[in-house]
Design a binder for this molecule. Structure first.
Ligand code: NAD
Length: 251
């Protein structure tokens, strides 16, 4: 799967899945712009990618802010001469039952998870369209199918699926594909931050009783980002160990 010589921007790549995707793309020969809202994370991942022999630059930006997104996309194109691959990875969770969910929990999760993907895709598509080539990979979640305590998170991820399908229709004629990955439970700092009993419940709801690793998602992202995936667009690929196959936890 070829991404050699391509220029990629991976949002929220200072940690977890994004970090794994940045490393995978760089290892396969793409130049990668590492982005995060936390500067120290950006610096660490850029240093790690370079130490592994890859090409990386870094830029701190809050991708819920249109002005910062436009500057981030411009900086990527300036650093590498073009922008071929956008991985919309940034995400957060604020789980609560519907009776306890605050308005702010809803607004924050929708902005970080969904609005960021709209803003980044819009800015990137303008450049990709002029090039006649682009790959947009949106990180959704298996949770878009529904999960307890995740009204805000699931709705944001369902919105990503709809956004993906619609942008695939609109951008196809410009040589841009748009696909989504729906991960299940993956071992990242986000997962590790959950209470122990929540983590245990999630583990026991897995068909294989094991959770995923960031590299599982990175391989899927590499496929959608590659030249070879030219005829694949508007799709959702579950990387969830089979958890999308049923609606309720095992008894
Ligand atoms: N870990 C899982 O089990 C899992 C499962 C399904 C989907 N996902 C999705 O995968 C994506 C990555 O999750 P993760 O587990 O790696 O999380 P993570 O918290 O480890 O990494 C997310 C990164 O995004 C950064 N970030 C947050 N808000 C930002 C903003 N406004 N601008 C720029 N950067 C920002 C954070 O600082 C962090 O470094 C998210 O979209 C998440 O919803 C994760």
């Amino acid at each position: 799967m070829n991404v050699r010589g391509r220029a990629a921007l991976v949002t929220g790549s200072g940690s977890g899945l994004g970090e794994g995707i940045a490393h995978r793309l760089a290892a396969e020969g793409a130049a990668v712009m590492v982005n995060d809202i936390e500067a120290d994370k950006v610096e660490r991942v850029v240093a790690d990618v370079r130490a592994a022999g890859g090409r990386a630059e870094g830029r701190m930006a809050d991708v819920t802010r249109k002005d910062q997104v436009e500057a981030l996309v411009a900086a990527t194109a300036e650093a590498f001469g073009r922008l071929d691959i956008l991985v919309n990875n940034v995400g957060t969770a604020k789980d609560r039952s519907i009776f306890k969910m605050e308005e702010q929990d809803w607004d924050t999760v929708l902005a970080v998870n969904l609005k960021s993907q709209f803003l980044c895709s819009q800015a990137a598509a303008q450049r990709m369209g002029r090039q006649g080539y682009g790959r947009i990979v949106n990180i959704a979640s298996r949770a878009w199918l529904g999960w307890w305590g995740q009204a805000n998170y699931a709705a944001s991820k369902g919105g990503i699926v709809s956004l993906t399908r619609t942008l695939a229709l609109e951008l196809g004629k410009y040589g841009i594909t748009v696909n989504a990955i729906a991960p299940g439970v993956i071992d990242t700092p986000l997962y590790q931050s959950l209470p122990e009993d929540t983590r245990a419940r999630l583990m026991h709801a897995q068909p294989g009783l094991k959770i995923g690793h960031p590299r599982d998602v990175a391989w899927a992202a590499l496929f959608f980002a590659s030249d070879e995936a030219a005829f694949v667009t508007g799709q959702v690929l579950y990387v969830c160990g089979g958890k999308s196959l049923y609606a309720t936890p095992a008894v």
